[in-house]
Design a protein around this ligand. Structure first.
Ligand code: KIV
Length: 272
């Protein structure tokens, strides 16, 4: 179904709720640096997520746990300088909000003040209720993240689909309702059954953005390096690769090495 799109000069949290009301799907994509964010923003992606997946794709860690608040602020401020239209949402990293709600608020304020981002994203439900409330009370827009929450990977043990069992599905539905009632402007649902994600999207008025959560939600998010095929060793079922940039880049760089070795580069025109 094609839906008439309203033009947004600058996407805000209000625009996202309006998109849901109008049946317009929301596009969201990660970026961690200025150059990539410029391309993503110019392509009219509605939301740029400075995800803590930077810990994996940029820093090469196995999990999202090691990335620090300072590192997230550095990535976020580079993205903010590039984004002219998109709403910029930043992940609060592991270890900077779990102790208590005051620490959570301090971390959220640092992100907003030092990076210039527009909103933050937090993983979890009832267990972080006080922190979410406190951040919202300070006027900072908050996006939730339920389902597979990578900061809890050592609790889950694997990256498999979450909430397949009734008990976990029930808790997820309650958590989504709670986040909506607290005043969150949206929720990411990661790697859960499509039927459950659709049910959640239909039961709340705020946008539900899915990753591995089927097509019955209000929008989709992917890690930009996965979409472009720069990360070639990662093959989850939910991922659609639009390019094979790993191979393209490898070819170009190998050609450069050959050209240097053979003295083909630089030629006269490329010299002063
Ligand atoms: O960190 C991230 O990139 C994310 C998305 C996968 C939703 O949280």
């Amino acid at each position: 179904m094609s839906v008439a799109k309203k033009e947004y000069k600058r996407v805000t949290v209000k625009s996202l709720i309006e998109m849901k009301q109008n049946g317009e799907k929301i596009s969201m994509l990660t970026s961690y640096d200025y150059s990539m964010a410029k391309i993503v923003d110019a392509a009219n992606v509605d939301v740029i997520l400075v995800g803590d997946s930077a810990s994996n794709v940029i820093a090469g860690h196995e999990t999202t746990l090691p990335i620090t608040l300072d590192q997230m602020i550095y990535h976020a401020s580079s993205v903010v300088r590039a984004a002219k239209r998109a709403l910029v949402v930043v992940d609060i990293p592991f270890g900077s909000y779990q102790s208590d709600s005051k620490e959570a608020l301090r971390s959220a304020i640092r992100i907003m003040k030092e990076s210039g981002a527009h909103a933050i994203k937090v993983e979890g439900g009832a267990e972080i209720k006080d922190s979410v409330s406190r951040i919202l009370q300070a006027g900072i827009p908050v996006m939730g993240h339920l389902g597979l929450t990578p900061q809890s990977i050592y609790k889950f043990g694997t990256y498999t689909v979450r909430a397949k069992e009734e008990e976990e599905a029930e808790k997820l539905k309650q958590d989504a309702k709670m986040l909506e009632e607290l005043g969150c402007f949206g929720i990411v649902l990661e790697k859960i059954p499509a039927k459950l994600a659709k049910e959640v999207a239909e039961s709340v008025s705020i946008p539900i953005i899915g990753i591995g959560a089927g097509n019955g939600v209000d929008g989709q998010v992917l890690v930009v390096h996965d979409l472009l095929g720069m990360t070639h060793e990662f093959h989850p079922r939910f991922l659609r690769r639009y390019m094979n940039l790993y191979d393209e880049m490898s070819k170009a760089i190998s050609q450069y090495v050959d050209d240097v070795k053979s003295r083909d580069f630089p030629n006269e025109e490329e010299s002063y």
